[in-house]
Ligand binder design. Structure first.
Ligand code: C5P
Length: 223
């Protein structure tokens, strides 16, 4: 793990989801080319941070094998609750939040998010939208949406820990549930820097994603 004059940085990995849309059991523990999604995500982040903390589903926390030095907490009923549990487990100055369900995060994206998070307070990997976008009306084509200026948000996302903790506390107080952390910071009126992400950092959600991940694993591991 890194140690230098840069701020103390923790990777916080929510891995406590049920994986219900994929239907193969808790997603983070699926084996892809001999390694779990969680092990791949930990391996991607660990070289660039001072500590790694993982949120596991309740009941699985005793069965999971992780490299030495990796701490675990029990996650919550939502991703947001799992990230809050992770935040309470670290006092690092900068935190990188990364979904266990995104096993192929390129090192240069992680490094760029980390640098921007320290400089700006908040940053996220994101990809400019490439497809034509349309809002459906029932099963039909409804209103087209211009894709100009639209980004699909990925992880890692990086923050000054105190800022993200504040954003989570505000969200809890206001009863806001979000699907990511950058959104919680942005709703406070704070700037979140968009860092060009990578198509390979896609989140495994559906059976189609799982098929793509299996194909990609062989190439990724040859690097
Ligand atoms: O469900 P989704 O794929 O959006 O989850 C994104 C990440 O958040 C996954 O790595 C999942 O394990 C994690 N998660 C969590 N606790 C939950 C729900 C999801 O840690 N209650």
């Amino acid at each position: 793990m890194s140690s230098s004059t840069s701020p103390r940085t923790a990777a916080l990995i929510p891995a406590a989801g049920a994986g219900s849309r994929l239907g193969l059991g808790p997603k983070a523990f699926l084996l892809l080319g001999g390694l779990t999604l969680l092990a791949r995500s930990v391996a991607a982040l660990a070289p660039q941070v001072d500590e790694v903390v993982v949120a596991l589903p309740e009941g699985l926390e005793l069965d999971v094998e992780l490299p030495p030095g990796i701490r675990t907490v029990i996650g919550g009923a939502t991703r947001q609750a799992s990230v809050l549990a992770l935040l309470r487990a670290t006092d690092a100055e900068v935190v990188l939040i990364h979904d266990a369900a995104r096993p192929f995060a390129p090192p240069e994206v992680i490094a760029a998010v980390k640098a921007a998070a320290w400089e700006m307070g908040a940053a996220t990997a994101a990809l400019p939208v490439a497809d034509t976008l349309v809002r459906s009306e029932g099963d039909n084509w409804g209103q087209p949406i211009t894709r100009e200026g639209l980004w699909a948000v990925q992880t890692p996302q990086g923050f000054h820990r105190e800022l993200l903790q504040h954003a989570h506390a505000e969200a809890e107080q206001s009863g806001i549930q979000a699907t990511d952390d950058a959104g919680l910071v942005a709703r406070l009126g704070r700037k979140v820097r968009l860092i060009p992400g990578d198509a390979r950092a896609f989140k495994i959600t559906t059976p189609g994603d799982w098929a793509l991940a299996q194909a990609l694993a062989a190439f990724w591991d040859k690097k």
